[in-house]
Design a protein around this ligand. Structure first.
Ligand code: FAD
Ligand code: UDP
Length: 389
């Protein structure tokens, strides 16, 4: 009998498995329907020995030293500051939009102060910023919005920015400086030996068994466990009983090129042209030296694995109905990007998993203590019944 079944070997599932096994000496089975651990952060060498990210570019960045300290037990780091260019009007210019973006695109020579005025002259007043269109037009005006955001967002989400919550485009700031880093977090680095290696160290603990290629619905009645952590889509867990939560998917076209370098930065975005949204060249992310180079095209799609929850008010309302059900489902914790239906970055998922562990540790008696009547009587325990859908 396992103390815990954990569905999903991504960040949410793996962090919780490690915590439960290391801190509470509990027996944990981690399953994943995919043929590997690490969830969407999975990386591996391709046929030519070039490291790639199977599910698109994953760049680690955070402002939380607690999260860095936690992960640093399982990996060393390679400093990496991500830079992205956008192909706009035939030019490659920095995104987030900054001083150089505007000067290059409009053949100007503005200073930062002049750019502030330039933006202010073009920005459209928006009384209450609600949508992803509002965020951008209220900052830089409609022309830059159309060049950089409208087409990209329509491709990426299959929706106009005016139909998406403000949080989506608010991920990409506007700057009047020349800072061309995609992120400004205090910690920006990649796991030195890759994500998958970091995950395998995390899961390599006494008490943890891992079963890949294992779908939850197919094994749930064949495995004995007391409690469960579910990190797959929450609507799937509940049999879609209130209807399907929409997710956006991607098709990844991975290619190896017989040239040493393909593009000037790790990612180039295509907001105006092409069916794909962006091309990633992994060498920049990994630091690998190789005579060939590996790139990936990302084609958005509404078919395929669920990658992105879609931030819209009606989707959030539907999620809330599932969340209510989840709160009354004994002995099952819902954690991660799909189970909490939030457009979270990796560090936020690590934070969510660590917070969930703290909650579990404060309310669930440790398995090794369950046999001691004095400790069972301290309250807060959930009955240890078999969990299941
Ligand atoms: P996942 O990694 O999705 O893991 C969930 C796992 O559960 C999956 O492996 C799945 O196979 C498994 N599973 C689901 N249902 C079942 C079932 N029924 N039975 C068995 N197994 C099941 N974040 C960043 O911080 N920086 C980035 O640069 C970045 N880039 C990204 C780029 C792309 C293209 C995508 C899609 C995401 C990106 N992210 C990035 C976000 C990051 O991927 C997530 O925050 C993180 O992977 C979420 O971890 P998770 O454990 O919640 O989910
Ligand atoms: N976005 C855009 N143009 C760009 C970059 C981003 O319109 O050149 C919008 C788009 O809607 C995208 C969102 O901003 O989905 C968030 O961008 P981010 O790069 O954070 O997306 P992710 O890496 O999570 O796919």
């Amino acid at each position: 009998m396992y103390d815990w079944l954990i569905v999903g070997a991504g960040f949410a599932g793996s962090v919780l498995a490690e915590r439960l096994a290391s801190e509470r000496n509990e027996r944990v089975l981690v399953i994943d329907k995919r043929s590997h651990i690490a969830g969407n952060a999975y990386d591996c060498p391709n046929a030519d020995g070039l490291m790639i990210h199977q599910y698109g570019p994953h760049i680690f960045h955070t402002n939380s030293s607690k999260i860095v300290d936690y992960l640093s037990a399982f990996t060393d780091w390679r400093p990496y500051e991500h830079r992205v260019l956008a192909k706009v009007d035939g030019l490659l210019v920095p995104i987030p939009i900054n001083l150089d973006t505007v000067n290059k695109l409009y053949k100007l020579n503005l200073t930062s102060e002049q750019l502030e005025t330039w933006f202010a002259q073009r920005a459209e007043p928006v009384e209450v910023i609600e949508t992803s269109e509002d965020v951008v037009v209220s900052a830089v005006g409609r022309e830059l919005y159309e060049k950089f955001f409208k087409g990209y967002t329509q491709k990426q989400w299959g929706l106009d920015p005016s139909a998406l919550d403000k949080a989506v485009t608010a991920r990409v700031p506007t700057r009047t400086s020349r800072d061309d880093r995609y992120f400004t977090d205090s910690f920006q680095a990649m796991p030195l030996d890759g994500y998958t290696r970091m995950f395998s160290r995390m899961l390599d603990q006494p008490g943890i068994d891992v079963a890949i290629g294992t779908e939850y619905s197919e094994i749930k009645n064949r495995i004995s466990f007391k409690r469960m952590i579910f990190t797959g889509p929450i609507d799937e867990y509940f049999g879609h009983r209130f209807g399907r939560l929409p997710y956006r998917s991607l098709r990844f076209d991975h290619q190896t090129l017989n040239e040493e370098v393909y593009q000037p930065v790790g990612v180039v975005n295509y907001p105006q042209t092409e069916d794909y949204t962006r091309i990633t060249e992994y060498k920049y992310l990994t630091g690998q030296v190789h005579p060939k180079t590996a790139i990936t095209y990302e084609y958005p799609s509404d078919q395929g694995d669920p990658y992105y929850p879609i931030p819209r008010p009606e989707n959030q309302a539907l999620f809330k109905r599932y969340e209510q059900l989840a709160l009354t489902t004994k002995d099952v914790w819902f954690v991660g990007r799909l189970a909490t239906y939030r457009y979270y970055n990796m560090d936020q998922i690590v934070g969510q998993a660590l917070a969930t562990f703290a909650k579990i540790d404060a309310t669930v008696p440790r398995a090794t203590q369950v046999m001691k009547p004095s400790l069972v009587a301290t309250g807060g325990a959930r009955p240890s019944v078999m969990a299941g859908a």
